[in-house]
Design a protein around this ligand. Sequence first.
Ligand code: SF4
Ligand code: SF4
Length: 339
Amino acid sequence: MAVVSKIKIKNASITKDNLLKLLKEIVKEKTLIAPVQNELDDVNFLPVGDAKEICFEYENTATSPKEFFYPQYECMFSFSGAANDNIEIKDNNEEIVLFGVRSCDVKGIELLDKFYERSFEDDYYLSKRRNSVVISVACSELNEQCFCASTGTGPILEEGFDIQLLSNGDGYAVQVGSEKGLELFEKYQNFFGPEVKVDTKKQKPQFDLQKVYNNLKEEKVDEDFWEDMGQRCQSCGLCLFLCPTCSCYSVTDKDTPLGESRRSRQWDACYFRGFTRMAGGNDPVRNSAEMMKRKYQHKLCQQIDEFEMSGCVGCGRCSLACVGNVNWLENIIKIERAN
Ligand code: SF4
Ligand code: SF4
């Protein structure tokens, strides 16, 4: 069963006042997760108890919303003693509404949906997704590090969203794009008004994704380029943890002091040397330059082949966070020009 069942888009509108009232109603019945600004002025997704806590003016959140479906640490099941009937698996039936997600992150979630649905159904992820509705708010402009217009993932989506809001100054045009979105829309329909027009002019792409794909596929990029990047990378993993589409994890079993044992999974990353190393010490990725090359090939070639969408959704978080000054957008433009 697909996580997002698309419908013919239904158009409506909502004023800023009514949006706040709608969110106040939602919080009474469901877990509402929305952008909240902290004392350092960072904006991040957090569960809110009152819609007044929500930050409406922000470029994008510092971290991606993936952690609400694919947590950094997750207990898969716990057990005590030796018998299988002591195994306890936690149900994931909390209903959540995720508000304020940017288009790039909606596409990031779409890629994770495809990843977790592909060869087997990952219930830990999919049960949370099936119980969630995403209300996205499209950016009016791209910021310096963003490039969703080049990866086909924004700033305005044509499909793949539950409910998409497009600012028109006084309020928002509303587009309902999925069955889950329609259910929420109909439940709270008193808050919505008739369809309004918004200016949806297209942003100019910064690079040609097809050319980047071809150049990576045909290995046209000079090895020195990867060497330089490999030398700058400190293997901190920050870029991968912040990336809305990265999904590598490791599984561990541990005993707790109370006699219970837990199997858990936690985020891992292809830039950590232990991740690709196999039993016996062999590592198919020999050095940092190869790690870098594999990441670009994976996101900009293999994931396009496998999922028919770019594995990079152009959020720009990796470039903003990198301690080694590895700039993803600048590097993609260099790859596009390689020859
Ligand atoms: S953030 Fe920069 S230094 Fe850290 S792993 Fe990513 S590329 Fe390497
Ligand atoms: S690779 Fe960088 S720019 Fe692309 S989606 Fe991941 S964090 Fe965002």
